[in-house]
Design a binder for this molecule. Structure first.
Ligand SMILES: [Mn+2]
Length: 268
């Protein structure tokens, strides 16, 4: 097997293991292609409806779980933030199994000092929240975003900065995402920016992207392994890059448009 590519961090989401359309074999090929210090599983890794008749748990599915655990055995810190399709994992918050942490959200500090909120992102999706009572969504948002916010405030107080009152930010955020004319991307971004993060890494909508705004805030979406076969990596200099498992090799790009152009030109 070819030598593994080394990254500081790898972010992957939405493999939907067990669901029809999951490109589990590509996801496994990707997981076997690198080594890293931090491996973030950004939700919807396993499809919770896997027990149904139309869902299958194939050998690649077991291979993926084994490969994830092996990353941990090799020394990577593995952080799992469950999504809406693997929400059953949310019931075991706070669990630490060796190098595997399961929490609703994480603070990731890039090597060049950016504080990134890592969260699956379904709480910012109106189609997932609109039938829920506001109070429930509020409590849920508070729980999901709490850990990353608390970690950020801890770090801010260490650096002599004042803490951010994320209860207020979360309340404002809920009003916004229950509201009408807002896009998922801007909701997630606005929330993370107001809560004091320098960027956000999420998944959920299967729209891979890395966008750096004028003020330096970075919106990162890992994409998925159903339609796009993408993931995001952090290099040892802090640079973030979008990867796509192409038919022959891993394609790289700073943004999705560039990757799509690459893919269009690649031979099948
Ligand atoms: Mn999702």
């Amino acid at each position: 097997m070819a030598e593994r590519q080394a990254y500081r961090s790898v972010f992957i989401s939405d493999i939907h293991i067990g669901a029809v359309g999951s490109q589990s074999d590509e996801a496994l090929r990707f997981l076997e292609s690198f080594e890293c210090e931090y491996l973030y599983l950004v939700g919807d890794i396993i499809d919770g409806w896997v027990g149904r008749k139309d869902r299958k748990w194939g050998p690649q599915a077991t291979g993926i779980i084994r490969e994830i655990l092996e990353h941990g055995n090799r020394g990577a810190v593995v952080r799992y933030t469950p999504g809406n399709h693997d929400a059953f994992m949310r019931r075991i918050h706070g669990v630490q199994l060796g190098n595997l942490d399961i929490e609703p959200s994480f603070l990731h500090e890039t090597v060049d000092g950016k504080d990134l909120l890592v969260v699956h992102g379904d709480i910012f999706d109106r189609s997932c929240t609109k039938y829920q009572p506001l109070a429930f969504v509020g409590a849920w948002a508070y729980e999901v975003l709490g850990l990353a916010n608390a970690s950020l405030n801890k770090k801010r107080s260490r650096d002599g900065k004042r803490p951010i009152d994320f209860t207020t930010v979360t309340k404002k955020g809920i009003k916004k995402f229950i509201g009408k004319a807002t896009h998922y991307e801007s909701l997630v971004g606005n929330y993370a920016r107001e809560a004091g993060f320098d960027g956000v890494v999420c998944g959920h909508v299967h729209r891979p992207q890395i966008v750096t705004e004028e003020d330096g805030f970075v919106y990162v979406n890992t994409g998925d392994f159903v339609e796009n076969c993408t993931a995001v990596v952090e290099h040892f200099d802090g640079r973030l890059e979008l990867l796509r498992m192409g038919p022959e090799k891993i394609e790289r790009g700073s943004n999705w448009e560039a990757l799509k152009r690459l893919a269009a030109g690649s031979t099948k």
